[in-house]
Design a protein around this ligand. Structure first.
Ligand code: SAM
Length: 373
């Protein structure tokens, strides 16, 4: 049996597998609170929640059809955390200092009645009484019908993934023949609903690098921030090669030939993207350069898969099973859960992107569609 089958198709109660660790509830010291630091002094502030491992796209760089085909075993419904379980975990993470929740997937809008989850999460308050920021990453196809509902439920921001404006290139990349017009309509609907919108574009050499400039110009004209993501070696399905990566610097150079840019850095150190401003004052773009300029040193993010496995790195090979804990007959208290989560975060040492080029990889990494983007 391969790692992929084990982690994707079988409920993770088998904590005996080295890839899935059991959560440890050890009440060592007082209940943990905000400001939890890991072994590299990184503070927990962000939580990404995957709500489903399925997607309506089969992006060739993320969920290639050869791997995620018709007979691929996605998680059965009973394996997915319920909204109440997700809310419980989110509440505990917020008590530990998380200020921002990002809903992701798979394609999060495929999860039925997602607005009900957003409504629950929108009631959470930080220990100092502030509301928690709620964001979502989506391919945008279903936003046209969902944006208003989501906004009314309490969603604040949406990041729409869009890799090309050319319909032809876009259809080829999503590999399910979705027209780019569906995503553009979703973006319009999100703006009209009052959501704050950003666009993310993954750039792959020879596939969509000729779309860099048209994308930059289109979103600059619309006043929307476009963020370019270096193609990453996430998971083990996409046959990633370093020469397919277009570096952030190359992207900046391409755009600068037409529209000069200056670097303005990050708003906050833990932000994933480094920002660049158009010299003529017409807005900003972002660069997410995990390959050429890793930002592990300021990573504040924890991630929970749709079945409740906690990961501290997008490139992780193993995670901690929180769902078994949540589903124990003797239900854990928030304090129990806080200890279990603190136990993972405070032991964290990972910094995959900084070591990418020097460490050999023996085990398969978790897939992006499973862990969430
Ligand atoms: N379905 C949603 C979407 O399309 O935004 C959320 C999940 S998707 C895995 C999240 C983001 O990860 C998308 O922007 C996608 O382009 C990006 N992504 C997936 N695989 C990637 C890779 N190998 N390198 C860089 N970004 C990747």
């Amino acid at each position: 049996m391969t790692y992929g089958q084990r982690i994707f198709s079988i409920v993770p109660d088998s904590a005996a597998t080295p890839e899935l660790k059991a959560a440890k509830v050890e009440h060592l010291g007082p209940p943990p609170g905000p400001g939890l630091k890991d072994q590299r002094n990184r503070v927990l502030r962000d939580l990404r929640l995957s709500v489903i491992d399925q997607c309506n796209f089969r992006c060739t760089y993320c969920m290639p059809k050869e791997v995620f085909g018709r007979d691929y075993a996605f998680l059965p419904k009973a394996s997915l955390l319920t909204f109440s379980e997700i809310n419980t975990l989110a509440r505990v993470f917020v008590s530990l200092g998380v200020e921002k929740l990002r809903i992701t997937g798979g394609e999060p809008l495929l999860r039925k009645s997602l607005e009900d989850l957003i409504a629950m999460l929108s009631l959470l308050k930080t220990p100092s009484g502030n509301p928690v920021e709620i964001a979502m990453t989506t391919n945008g196809v279903l936003l046209k019908e969902k944006a208003r509902l989501l906004r009314d439920a309490g969603l604040h921001r949406v990041t729409v993934s869009l890799d090309a404006l050319s319909d032809d290139v876009f259809r080829r990349m999503n590999d399910m023949d979705y027209p780019v017009g569906d995503v553009l309509a979703g973006i319009d609907a999100a703006i009209q609903a009052g959501l704050s919108v950003k666009i993310n574009m993954v750039v792959q050499r020879g596939v969509n690098d000729h779309e860099i400039l048209p994308m930059a110009e289109a979103f600059r004209d619309r006043g929307l921030t476009l963020r370019f993501i270096e193609y990453m070696d996430v998971g083990s399905s996409n046959a990633w090669q370093l020469d397919q990566v277009v570096s952030a610097q190359e992207i900046v150079n391409t755009i600068s030939t037409r529209h000069p840019l200056t670097a303005i850095g990050r708003d906050i150190p833990s932000e994933v993207s480094e920002q660049w401003e158009y010299v003529d004052g017409k807005g900003k773009i972002g660069m997410i350069s995990s390959v050429t300029k890793p930002f592990c040193g300021n990573c504040s993010r924890a991630r929970i898969s749709a079945e409740g496995v906690l990961y501290t790195c997008l490139f992780a090979e193993s995670g901690t099973d929180l769902r078994s804990l949540l589903r124990q007959s003797d239900a854990p208290s928030d304090t129990d859960l806080a200890h279990a989560i603190a136990n993972v975060w405070t032991q964290r040492t990972d910094r995959y992107s900084e070591l990418r080029h020097v460490l050999p990889r023996e085990n398969k990494k978790v897939e992006m569609s499973y862990i969430g983007g």
